[in-house]
Design a protein around this ligand. Structure first.
Ligand SMILES: O=c1ccn([C@@H]2O[C@H](COP(=O)(O)OP(=O)(O)O[C@H]3O[C@H](CO)[C@@H](O)[C@H](O)[C@H]3O)[C@@H](O)[C@H]2O)c(=O)[nH]1
Ligand SMILES: [Mn+2]
Length: 776
C-alpha cells in the first residue's frame, strides 16, 4: 500500500505551475459569463471593501470574489448599541448583587443565575457578529481566467436519500435533474445518489431521470433557464429571457412541460409498475417472492416482500453506473424532426456521469445514518471519478442557480494571500422553498446563523453545513493544510496506521483526489477487479478498526455530523468561506409542519449538546482557529440549557396566583427600568441585523415566536436526553425528518396548519396555561 502512495509522489501532488500563458490570452478575451450582482442583500447596506491586493502591473491574477462590509452609518450605531448594552447589563448585575432579596432568597438566586446565563450567551452570540462580512463570487473573473469550459477542477456531487415516501421521489428526481443540468463543464463532474433504503424504486427513478434529462438538460442550456429543477422552474413566474433563441422558448417550453408531466406520471407509477412486473415474474418462476428488475433479474436490494438479505437493514451493496462518462468534445444535438420537435442543433447534449449507490446493510452494525452514507460515497467516488472537490445535497435540496458550482470555485481557486488552497469548504446560506410568506419560522436560526457566520471577517463560524457545501476532498481525508505540501507523506503515515482501511485501490487514488488541477478521470471500466473493490468499499465491515468517522470522513456518533465535521477541519487549520450569490445558490424544502419542525429542532439541539460533551467541544479547539471561531461554536453548543431559566421566568407568574405581593427584586421600580432598558436594546440591535440579513420584520417576529416554542417544548427534552446519555452512555435515536406533504389539495401550505399532537408540546402548553391563568 505504501508503495502505491510513494509511486504517486513523483507524479506531483500540487501541479502548482502557473498557467501564465493562458492568463495572457484571457486578457483579450471578453468576459464569457454573465455578471452577477451583489449577491443578496441591498446595496444600500453593503459596501465593497477595497482589496489591497488588486492586480498590479506585474500581472497578478485578478480576484475571483468581492468582499463586502456593512456600511459605517449602520455599523457604528450597531456597535455603539452593543457596547451600551454591555455596560447596561454589567451595571444591572452589580446593582442586583447589591440589593439581595431577603425574603425568597432562592428565587432571587435562581433569577440571578438565569440573568447571568442570558448575559453570557448574549455575549457569545454578539461577539462574532461585530464585523459583518459578505463574500460574493465574481463569475466573470472566473470565466476570464478559466475560459467558458476550460480547466475547472472536477466535482463529485453526492445526493442522499432514504425513503421514497418520507422523502418524496419527486423531490429527489428534481434534485438530481438540477444537478445534471448545472452550468459546469459536463465532463468535469459526476452525480452520485446514495439510497439508504436500497429500493428498486429509487434505482428505476434514476433510470427515468437519465432518460428525461436527455430533453431537459439541452432545453436548459438552449434557453438558459433558471432554476433547473423542473418542478420549481414550471412553478415560477416567467423571468427575463437570457438564452439565444427567444422565439422558440414558448413552443419548446410547452413541449418540455408536457414531457415533464408524463415523466412525473411514470415516476408516480413506479411502485405499481414494479409491483405488477414482480408479480408476473414471481408467478412465472413459481415459488419466488422477489422484486424484479426490468431485465428479469432479481433486485439485489430490498424487496417489497422482505426476505433474507433483501430487507431494510440487511442487503448487499449496490453500485450501478446509469450515465457513463461523456466524451470530452461537445456533441451537438439534432435539428427538429417529426418525433423530436425541439431544435437542438446548436446545443451540447452531453450529460454528466450518474451513479446509483446503495451501501451494504447488515444487522448488528451501526450504520451511522447520513454520515455513514457520505463516507461510502466518498470512497466509491474515489474509485470511479475521484474529483478533488465534493458537494452534498439532501434529497430535498436542489441547485437554484445553475452557476453555483462555478461560484464555489471562485473561492477555491482564488490565490490571494496564499488563499484558496487552504480553504476546506465553501458554504452558501440555506434558503427554503415552500415556506409560507406569512409564517417563516422554518427559516429559524438559519437566518441568524447567517449573521453569525457573515461576521467572522469572512471566516466561517459554525453552521449547519450539511447540504450545499463544497468540500475539498483531501480535507475530508483528514489531511492538514499546514502540511499540505507534504500530503503524500501524511497520507502514507495515516495509511500505515490503518486509518483508511484495507483497499489498496482506494488509498492509491487519494493523491490524485487531492490534486486541485486534476480534472475528473473518465469512468473506469467496471471490470471484475473494480467490482470487487467497490463491493469491499461499500461493505459495512470496511471501516472496522479504521479512523472513519473520527479522523477521516464525516464524523460519527453525533446527531449533527455536519457541524462537527466542519469543526474538525477548522481545528486542523483549514479555513472556510461563507459566500452569497444572487439568485441563491441552493434551495431546500424545510419541514414546514410544526411537528416535523419540532423533531428537527430536537435533533439539532440534542446534537449540539452532544457536541459540547464530546471531544469536539469548542473549548478544546486549539490555537489554529481564529479567536472568534471557538466563541461562535460555543454559542451554538450548550444553548439548549437556557430552557431551565426560560422555564423559571415563564412559570414565575404562578407566584401571582399564590400571593398578591411578591417581588423578584426590590426596589421593583428600578428593577423594571433596567429590564425595560436591556430588553429594548436587544431588540434595537436585532433591528440592525434584520436590516442587513435582508429579512422582514414579520420573519423576525416569527423567529422570536418559534424560539419560544422551541425553547419551552424541545430544549427540555434535548437536555433530558443528554443527561440520560451522560448517565447511561447511550446515544439519542433521531428520526428522519419527513418531508411528505399532505398538501394534495393544491394548497402547498396546507401542511403548515396541521399540527399533530406530540408530547413535546406539553411544556409549552403548561407555560401558556400558567400565564393565561395568572393574567386572569
Ligand atoms: O440513515 C440515513 C438517514 C438520513 N440520510 C439522509 O440525510 C439527509 C438529512 O436527513 P434529514 O432527516 O432530512 O435531516 P434534516 O434535519 O432535514 O437535515 C439537516 O440537518 C442534518 C443534521 O444536522 C444535516 O446532515 C442535513 O444536511 C441538514 O439538511 C437526508 O438527505 C437523508 O436522506 C441518509 O442518507 N441515511
Ligand atoms: Mn432535510
Amino acid at each position: 500500500m505504501a508503495a502505491a502512495v510513494t509511486r504517486r509522489i513523483n507524479a506531483g501532488l500540487r501541479a502548482d505551475a502557473p498557467d501564465d500563458g493562458a492568463d495572457a490570452q484571457n486578457g483579450a478575451r471578453p468576459p464569457a459569463a454573465r455578471r452577477v450582482n451583489g449577491g443578496g442583500g441591498k446595496d444600500d447596506v453593503w459596501v465593497p471593501v477595497d482589496e489591497p491586493d488588486t492586480p498590479d502591473a506585474g500581472g497578478a491574477r485578478p480576484p475571483l470574489f468581492r468582499t463586502y462590509k456593512v456600511k459605517g452609518s449602520i455599523l457604528h450605531p450597531y456597535r455603539f448599541l452593543i457596547l451600551a448594552r454591555l455596560i447596561a447589563i454589567v451595571a444591572f448585575f452589580v446593582w442586583r448583587a447589591r440589593h439581595k432579596n431577603r425574603d425568597g432568597a432562592w428565587l432571587w438566586t435562581m433569577s440571578m443565575a438565569g440573568d447571568v446565563w442570558f448575559g453570557f450567551s448574549w455575549v457569545l452570540n454578539q461577539l462574532p457578529k461585530l464585523s459583518p462580512t459578505k463574500r460574493v463570487p465574481d463569475l466573470a473573473a472566473l470565466a476570464d481566467r478559466h475560459g467558458s469550459s476550460g480547466d475547472l477542477p472536477g466535482v463529485d456531487v453526492f445526493v442522499t436519500t432514504v425513503d421514497p415516501i418520507d422523502e418524496p421521489l419527486l423531490y429527489t428526481v428534481n434534485t438530481v435533474l438540477s444537478i445534471l443540468a448545472a452550468d459546469y463543464p459536463v465532463d468535469r463532474y459526476a452525480c452520485y445518489l446514495s439510497d439508504d433504503g436500497g429500493t428498486l424504486v429509487h434505482y428505476e427513478a434514476m433510470v427515468e431521470v437519465a432518460r428525461f434529462a436527455e430533453l431537459w438538460v439541452p432545453f436548459c442550456r438552449k434557453h438558459c433557464v433558471e432554476p433547473r429543477a423542473p418542478e420549481s422552474y414550471f412553478a415560477a413566474k416567467t423571468q427575463a429571457y437570457k438564452g439565444g433563441v427567444p422565439g422558440e422558448l414558448v413552443s419548446d417550453r410547452r413541449r418540455v412541460r408536457r414531457e415533464y408531466e408524463e415523466f412525473k406520471v411514470r415516476i408516480d407509477s413506479l411502485f405499481t409498475t414494479i409491483r405488477q412486473r414482480s408479480d408476473a415474474y414471481n408467478t412465472k418462476h413459481a415459488g419466488e417472492n422477489a422484486t424484479w428488475m426490468a431485465d428479469e433479474t432479481q433486485w439485489p436490494g430490498t424487496w417489497f416482500e422482505p426476505a433474507e438479505n433483501h430487507r431494510r437493514g440487511q442487503h448487499a451493496g449496490i453500485v450501478r453506473v446509469i450515465l457513463n462518462h461523456p466524451s470530452c468534445k461537445p456533441r451537438l444535438g439534432l435539428p427538429a424532426s417529426a418525433d423530436k420537435p425541439l431544435d437542438l442543433s446548436g446545443v451540447d447534449v452531453r450529460l454528466p456521469v450518474l451513479v446509483y449507490i446503495s451501501r451494504e446493510k447488515r444487522p448488528g452494525y451501526n450504520h451511522q445514518k447520513k454520515a455513514g452514507a457520505m463516507n461510502v460515497m466518498l470512497r466509491v467516488s474515489a474509485l470511479l471519478t475521484n474529483a478533488p472537490f465534493v458537494i452534498n445535497f439532501d434529497g430535498d435540496h436542489y441547485i437554484n442557480n445553475s452557476q453555483a458550482f462555478q461560484g464555489t470555485m471562485c473561492f477555491m481557486l482564488d490565490r490571494r494571500g496564499g488563499g484558496g488552497e487552504d480553504t476546506a469548504f465553501v458554504q452558501f446560506p440555506q434558503r427554503f422553498d415552500d415556506v409560507d410568506p406569512t409564517d417563516r419560522y422554518a427559516n429559524h436560526n438559519r437566518v441568524f446563523f447567517d449573521g453569525t457566520m457573515l461576521s467572522l471577517n469572512g471566516l466561517q463560524g459554525p453552521s449547519y453545513l450539511g447540504t450545499g457545501t463544497m468540500f475539498r476532498r483531501v480535507a475530508l481525508y483528514g489531511a492538514e493544510p499546514p502540511r499540505w505540501g507534504a500530503v503524500a507523506s501524511q497520507i502514507e503515515a495515516m495509511d500505515k496506521a490503518n486509518k483508511f482501511g484495507s483497499s489498496t485501490s482506494f488509498v492509491g487514488s487519494m493523491l490524485d483526489g487531492a490534486n486541485q488541477e486534476r480534472s475528473i478521470t473518465p469512468l473506469a471500466m467496471l471490470d471484475e477487479s473494480v467490482t470487487d473493490d467497490l463491493a469491499a468499499l461499500t461493505a459495512c465491515s470496511y471501516e472496522d478498526g479504521t479512523s472513519w468517522g473520527r479522523d477521516v470522513g464525516w464524523v460519527y456518533d453525533i446527531a449533527t455530523e455536519d457541524v462537527v465535521t466542519g469543526f474538525r477541519m477548522h481545528r486542523q487549520g483549514w479555513r472556510s468561506v461563507y459566500a452569497s450569490m444572487e439568485p441563491a445558490a441552493f434551495r431546500g424544502t424545510a419541514p414546514i409542519n410544526l411537528t416535523e419542525r419540532l423533531y428537527q429542532i430536537l435533533r439539532w439541539s440534542g446534537g449540539s449538546l452532544e457536541m459540547f460533551f464530546s471531544h469536539s467541544n469548542a473549548l478544546l479547539a486549539g490555537r489554529r482557529l481564529h479567536p472568534l471561531q471557538p466563541v461562535a461554536y460555543l454559542n451554538m453548543s450548550p444553548y439548549p440549557i437556557v430552557t431551565v431559566f426560560i422555564f423559571f421566568y415563564n412559570l414565575f407568574p404562578v407566584m401571582w396566583l399564590v400571593s398578591e405581593q411578591y417581588y423578584i427584586q426590590q426596589p421593583f421600580g428600578t428593577y423594571l427600568l433596567y429590564l425595560v432598558g436591556v430588553i429594548a436594546m436587544i431588540h434595537a440591535i436585532g433591528m440592525f441585523e434584520v436590516k442587513w440579513a435582508g429579512i422582514t420584520l414579520l420573519d423576525w417576529c416569527r423567529n422570536e415566536q418559534f424560539y419560544m416554542i422551541g425553547s419551552t417544548g424541545v430544549y427540555p427534552t434535548a437536555v433530558l436526553y443528554m443527561a440520560l446519555k451522560l448517565v447511561t452512555g447511550k446515544g439519542i435515536y433521531f428520526r428522519l425528518t419527513s418531508k411528505q406533504t399532505t398538501a394534495s389539495s393544491g394548497d402547498k401550505f396546507a401542511d403548515l396548519y396541521t399540527v399533530r399532537w406530540v408530547p413535546l408540546l406539553i411544556p409549552t402548553i403548561v407555560v401558556l396555561a400558567v400565564n393565561v391563568g395568572a393574567v386572569g
